[in-house]
Design a protein around this ligand. Structure first.
Ligand code: FES
Length: 139
């Protein structure tokens, strides 16, 4: 094997090792890879079937990596659905009135703050306003 062949072989091996490592570790929703959306402004029509979960306390939907939930008291809240630990998707837990990540057990208050980890970073929060049957979610 000459020098040129050696370098080509080592180079291909290094690229393959890096790709394999990244594919195994990189979660496309990882907050380090895909941070929460900061420029948000959309409106949900609460009369459409896709948003029907928001007619009931405890119901929630996902829209562009944001979870919009109707809380125990009937108010609407919106936070990033991307867990700040390793990027899994959080869900609203009506019984505890909090957001829960099933991957490793993180819990977040309705204001996005951490109740318990493993990660200590809060979820990004968004504002909501209800006008009739239109729910605006914005940053
Ligand atoms: S990814 Fe949510 S607790 Fe680990």
């Amino acid at each position: 094997m000459d020098r040129k062949e050696f370098l080509a072989t080592v180079g291909i091996g290094a690229v393959a090792a890096l790709c394999t490592s990244c594919l195994a570790a990189c979660n496309p929703l990882d907050p380090m890879v895909n941070p929460p959306t900061t420029n948000v402004d959309f409106t949900l029509d609460l009369t459409t079937p896709a948003n029907s979960a928001l007619k009931t306390n405890g119901g929630f939907i996902y829209n562009d990596n944001i979870i919009v939930a109707r809380t125990v008291d009937g108010s609407y809240i919106a936070v990033s659905s991307i867990c700040t630990h390793q990027g899994n998707t959080v869900a609203y837990d009506l019984a505890a009135n909090r957001f829960h990540c099933p991957a490793h057990g993180s819990n977040f208050a309705t204001n996005g703050s951490v109740i318990n980890g493993p990660d200590g970073s809060p979820l990004m929060t968004y504002k909501t306003t209800l006008n009739g049957t239109s729910l605006r979610v914005f940053s």
